[in-house]
Design a protein around this ligand. Sequence first.
Ligand code: NAD
Length: 422
Amino acid sequence: MNPFANTLAQLKKAAELVKLNPNIYEIFKTPQRILQFSIPVKMDDGKWKVFEGYRVQYNNARGPFKGGIRYHPQADLNEVKALAALMTWKCAVANIPLGGGKGGIKVDPEQLSNGELERLTRGYTRAVKDFIGPEKDIPAPDVNTNAVIMGWIVDEYSELVGYPVPGVVTGKPLSLGGSLGREAATGQGGFHILQELSRKLKRDPKKTTVVIQGLGNVGYHFAEAAFKGGYKIIAVADSKGSIYDKRHKGMNPKNIIQTKQKRGLMDGCYCVGAACDCEHYKRVTTKQLLELPCDILVPAALEEQITGANAGRIKAKVVLELANGPVTHEADEKLNKKGILVVPDILANSGGVTVSYFEWLQNLQNSYWSEQEVNQKLAGVMSKAFHDVWQQKEKYHTDLRTAAYAVALNRVAEAMQAKGIS
Ligand code: NAD
């Protein structure tokens, strides 16, 4: 099943459960707008290359479209459509007044120089300029895009319209109107959800083991918060390798990153000279890492990591989806049957878009908040979202993903009904 078919399967399941108005269900099955375009870029050697770009605007019933831009060699329209749909439901679960969108470019950014990457980003901005803007559609970073890239988009867009428009994207540098707390927001938000869940399940963090796949923006900040919160991180992975702490003493992600930066690769020995000691770590593959016995498994890398093929071997008690779409629909059904609690992406990683919303608000008001204010507001939104979803889980006696969809579908449907769709 392709990623968009996966989201549609989940939509169908939740729509049936909440008895969604069939006309609204029909509208929810397709994006409002799909943009697909070519971006010609002059490379450093003087030759021109053409890259494929996408922006999908899924639904804006509750507010302007919102969603990141991904640079990845496997980015394609089905993936971007799925991610745009997820953004719609995610903003509704967090109860922020935004719709859902997503963008992407089929490119391996590691193969480009900085100048080529900048020209590609500016080309993308020119291609979508009539369709984005603070009142229309607000992009943000996603896999392989970051604050620097967002800065180029702000600059190009502002040049095109003739005045500064910081609110055209979120996740931008602080000097261009970024928000304090945005970088850590997705991981931090995931940590708030973990805390709420631990309280609900009466779990002691000190006796809770955590395995994390992906140590990028999301995975690293989550790991840092979980470590500070007393959870035992027993295994981590990035795209280059994974390590497992056989003694279950718990790893400090800061040490891992420091050694990784010094040594370059996560090659199974990245704790040399730091608090953790290489001897006690076992090198495992990403595949093995996902199947380790643990309390909480956190996929925080890419989608479709737990599929029908490996779901049967997952030994975690809880899967906390910090990546978007890391568990396929087929795998989800298998995990549910095994009694593994899956905390869905549209709840678990909604901290990122929540602080993006805060950033956009600050840009519109031209007034900026302290990091403490941002974090306090984030904690409030995450806690409310968790309890809203849990309530639907109990009401319908269903899994957490379907419960989160129930919250989202009802909220978006209410907005559509208020606009006259019946
Ligand atoms: P990132 O590029 O900063 O980090 C990705 C991490 O995953 C890196 O550590 C990379 O080495 C690792 N990785 C890649 N392939 C891997 C593999 N096969 N095995 C193990 N590790 C692998 O990206 P990010 O911003 O942290 O995003 C991660 C996920 O979270 C994506 O699914 C993204 O859509 C989702 N997400 C991100 C945000 C955000 O605010 N950045 C918000 C919501 C959801």
